[in-house]
Design a protein around this ligand. Sequence first.
Ligand code: ATP
Length: 904
Amino acid sequence: MENSDTSTNAGWHSLPANHVLEDLKCSTEGLSQTEVDTRFVKYGANRLPQAPRRNAFVRFLLHFHNILIYVLLGAALITALLSHWVDTGVILAVVVVNAIIGFIQEGKAEQAMDAIRHMLAPQANVIRSGERVTIDGEQLVPGDIVLLEAGDKVPADLRLLTAHGLSVQEAVLTGESVPVEKRIQPVADDAALGDRASMAYSGTLVSSGQAKGVVVATGSGTEIGRISGLLSNVETLTTPLVEQMALFAKWLTIFILIIATMLLAFGYFVAHHDFSEMFMAVVGLSVAAIPEGLPAVLTITLAIGVQAMARRNAIVRRLPAIETLGSVSVICTDKTGTLTRNEMMVASVLSNRHLFNLEGTGYEPKGALKLDDSHVSPSEHAVLEELARAATLCNDAALRVHEGVWVVEGDPMEGALLAFSGKMDVNVREEQARWKRTDAIPFDAKHRFMATLNHDHGHHACIFVKGAPEQILEMCSNQRSVDATTEHLDSAYWHQKAEAIAALGQRVLAFAVRTVPPEHTVLEHEDVGGTLTLLGMVGMIDPPRDEAIKAVTECHEAGIRVIMITGDHTKTAAAIGKQIGLKNTENVYTGTDLDTLDDASLSQAVLNCDVFARTSPEHKLRLVMALQSHGKTVAMTGDGVNDAPALKRADAGIAMGKKGSEAAKEASDLVLADDNFASIVAAVREGRTVYDNLTKVISFILPVNGGEAISLVVALLIGLTLPIAPTQILWVNMLGSVVLAITLAFEPPEPQVMKRPPRNPSQPILSSFLIWRIVFVSLIFAAGIFGQFELALLMGRDVEIARTMAVNTLIAMEVFYLFSMRYGYGTSVTWRGVVGTKPVLISLALITIAQLLFIYAPFMQNIFDSRALKITDLLLVFATGVAVLLVIEVEKQMRFALKRQQEG
Ligand code: ATP
């Protein structure tokens, strides 16, 4: 059951929060696992029912819905009317085999897309049995306590219990795109959906603030469930390029039909051929020239690309991104978690007098405190306890032991702070129980601080603030000294020390406090301005990812610039940038610098700076536009709710799968399952490979059709015997596009794929080179077919044998051309080139068996009028194939030489 309307559309919004909890038989401590299990059985999974898939038979039939196939069906009908039953049978067989292959491949592609969708399933932060845990959104049950923060997608209908500066964008429900503020007070029973400020509805996006709410409805019981009813996620597997090619194939078909009609008229009226014979020849020609397999093979190539990317942790949300990724020339990336591991540990602790070092591993709250290389006890320095208290209370994360390892729920940086508190001998749980949080100003990347208001049982109230050092220093007038007395702030000291810690690549965070009267229960921005007392600072290490260092080098070799855009300190950013191998790390622009530049100066500035520090999300948007003004194809990463505009504007918007907000994911083209920079580079490599393979498919299929068509047109015009009979052409086409061309979809990246500069995105797929290639190879194929056919006739063989030779020559040329095609940027005459890949070898085996049957099996001889060949004939056929490979290799080498000459 997927419905969980806990009561009849109860007016939860009009009830006080505590009544709602009573009605739902739960508390703010959350449900126990047993209760969750019982409710899950009762209410079912929190998901909207899926629209039923189109019936399999209809999907199969849709594969016939294509002008190319209509032409073939028309041909089948007319051949039947003319009683050419064998031809009718073969044409129909080709059509059906094409549809079956398309159907199976489409099924596979859809499965792949489903798996990907599953990887994108949203998570929910809940409190269960008093513990904060992250669960699959589908596991939510009514009565669960859910935590919300900026960027989250509300996972179920919630009655809010606490809300700090919460505003929610409810466009999916109300159509209103301006975020609405939320409060916990009940509203009128008859309030419209958009006015129910005490509720947060499933599917809406949190634009700012923090909140806690209790689930009142899940799945189809939610408001969105009522409105949308069924969730339809039919997405067609296509990109602009594939669409363009499908359109091209359509026009080509029409063009071919016109030519065919003209030829028929010419043959019948001018050359006075027999109509039925002429007609069959023209059908043969049309069938030969129409690339019926092309659209299907291109789609399959895309589907395989999507799967390959998913295997490398890059989940494609919008298919055109596959193409764009292949042409990316600049990657703008975040630092924390993408270039670095986001496994933080406090390594430096700074008081007004001392710089301590702190040891430890991971998030385990144990580790020695050292001052000038000798051990010290935290209790010797009173200020450290207060610093640790601030770190504990101004914190939303939780630490727990999972399979013997300490892990973080929430922000790793805050997790590191809890571990730090433990090392300072502060009991985190006791401290959090003693000092209850009354209000908070959540962290936002613009202000770079977070504040909480806490009250203890002894009627004391304190505001704790943590944030970027420059920000916090501006908010302070005093500082705490080591002996816990208060003195006037020595701003210069702190700035200088903070920079020194940052220059080691550590992230520096400052902590401050202010005592307020106990009646103070609401925290406003004015409460934290100017009058705080600085407690101290900590420096956290977050080592670069080894694989990111390699990936940056790979990008540079591939002509792709890597730019780091971070909210962190200039010095930290520069130090990490250097460790990671970025090029221009000397010259760092900050967000403040960017604010002083107009668009023209910014456009100049982006040319020689690879590190941007202390930026806000709005700067990302300007940077993307500045880079795009130089014609660059920009990939941009993001995680926060405010990154959405930049992600949308970038050519490829990339959201972080783990630490990214739902808002960022929704705005992105690609989601990284592991948040890792190396996965972006892997996706670019796959993007380039997919593009290469699409080009290979096109430049394989079109010349095969071209070669056949040319030989037929020449034969018809000159009045020679057709070198290949119409039914035989169908046979060759089926083998060519179905068995051979499909292997190109599976081609692995070429060795040079990341050693060449990015593709120019404005270059059309049918580039002048590709057109030349198609014409050149078509001519070679036509010459091969004709040459072999006429040679056999000259040698006194009969027409059937000569045709069997021509068919086999064409297949052999295709096979060798396929081997040549596999390497567009290097020679194919290498051991690797000869050995091929598994799909290539399978198709080679299939094609050999098929051809042996074609030549020697009596039933095939009956259908296709083929004849047994001698071994010397086969050798001749093979030799022609080898000759084609050599000719094309020579052409390739000439092209490389020409290119080298042009380049230098
Ligand atoms: P990136 O992922 O782009 O490298 P970042 O995570 O370093 O960015 P932000 O999250 O915007 O950047 O953080 C900017 C600064 O704000 C940090 O350097 C830190 O000083 C401060 N900061 C970050 N998170 C918090 C937090 N939860 N509470 C208080 N201050 C924070």
